[in-house]
Design a protein. Structure first.
Length: 139
């Protein structure tokens, strides 16, 4: 991952081929001491694990896509749960037939590049587990 530009509370980041996006973003947040933020991105992915949450069953269904796909759109936020950085990110991906796949991104390996803008917010966003919903919600 490379910082392309830093301006005030914003970063432009480039993730490199082979990098696991979420792990790399967590490392970046630790280095920069970021506890609250949001981001948008695009690029290309080589392996993606997407999840869909069943609110009635309170569990995720996961699906791994191994083919190379365009990251048509990606958005997410940065928060903390205790000392752990939590990246909550959803994305829309397009295969070679222009078919879209979308969901909660559990894992994403960069194929060519992934470019994002991160807005760092003052303060701290915290999450806690909700028994009712079955997810770690912002509090």
């Amino acid at each position: 991952m490379k910082i392309i530009l830093k301006e005030s509370n914003k970063y432009i980041l480039r993730f490199n081929k082979g990098e696991e996006f979420i792990e790399s973003l967590i490392d970046f947040c630790a280095e920069q001491k970021i506890e609250a933020g949001y981001f948008l991105g695009l690029g290309a992915a080589g392996e993606v694990e997407l999840s869909w949450y069943d609110i009635d069953e309170k569990k995720y269904s996961d699906k791994v896509f191994g083919e190379k796909m365009e990251i048509a759109s990606m958005s997410g936020n940065i928060a903390k749960m205790g000392e752990k950085t939590i990246i909550h990110v959803h994305g829309v991906f397009s295969d070679e037939e222009m078919n879209a796949k979308a969901g909660h991104i559990k894992k994403m390996v960069v194929a060519a590049t992934c470019e994002i803008i991160v807005w760092v917010l003052d303060g701290k966003i915290e999450r806690e587990y909700s028994e009712e919903i079955g997810l770690n919600l912002m509090k």
